[in-house]
Design a protein around this ligand. Structure first.
Ligand SMILES: CC(C)(COP(=O)(O)OP(=O)(O)OC[C@H]1O[C@@H](n2cnc3c(N)ncnc32)[C@H](O)[C@@H]1OP(=O)(O)O)[C@@H](O)C(=O)NCCC(=O)NCCS
Length: 136
């Protein structure tokens, strides 16, 4: 949970995403250093709900391996697309787009409507959410 909360500050939202989902983890020397949750959306569509790597292990390639493994796993299972929601700024956008995700739509004021407290990153408040989509 501590790991997943790095990707989404709402424990309620993280917990509600777990039922029926699959969890993937990245290990270093037998210890989990990264994890993500993927929820089925039906008709070959899956949503990556949270992906996070422990701060001390970020920028070491674990996130890339984890995301690529998820993409490959669902491609092999015959999925049609993988979706993810992300803020409108930050290195995460480049991270997803480097793997082939493209912007599908904008959910205006998502972070205002779905979180009890304002969500800040790099001193900027997250307001809108970009829906990103990878088509297989
Ligand atoms: C997003 C995240 C899962 C990526 O995992 P990672 O192991 O750090 O990623 P990688 O080492 O494979 O690096 C992927 C790219 O992201 C960049 N990156 C990762 N962390 C970064 C940071 N804190 N600041 C700037 N760039 C960063 C890397 O430099 C790399 O870019 P490059 O290929 O141009 O060098 C991880 O940084 C994380 O847990 N972040 C906090 C939680 C989060 O924001 N999750 C996503 C919610 S939408």
């Amino acid at each position: 949970m501590a790991l997943l909360l790095l990707a989404d500050p709402s424990e309620d939202k993280v917990r509600s995403s777990l039922a029926g989902s699959r969890c993937f983890a990245a290990f270093r020397d037998g210890v989990v250093v990264g994890a993500c949750v993927v929820q089925p959306r039906g008709a070959g569509v899956h949503e990556l709900m949270s992906i996070a790597v422990l701060p001390e292990h970020q920028q070491s390639g674990y996130g890339t391996v984890l995301l690529q493994s998820v993409i490959d796993c669902f491609r092999a299972s015959g999925a049609s697309q993988l979706e993810v929601g992300a803020g409108t700024f930050g290195y995460q956008l480049a991270f997803y787009q480097r793997h082939g995700f493209r912007v599908a739509s904008i959910d205006h004021d998502f972070f205002v409507r779905h979180y009890p407290e304002p969500v800040f990153e790099d001193g900027i408040q997250h307001l809108d959410m970009l829906r990103l989509r990878l088509r297989y």
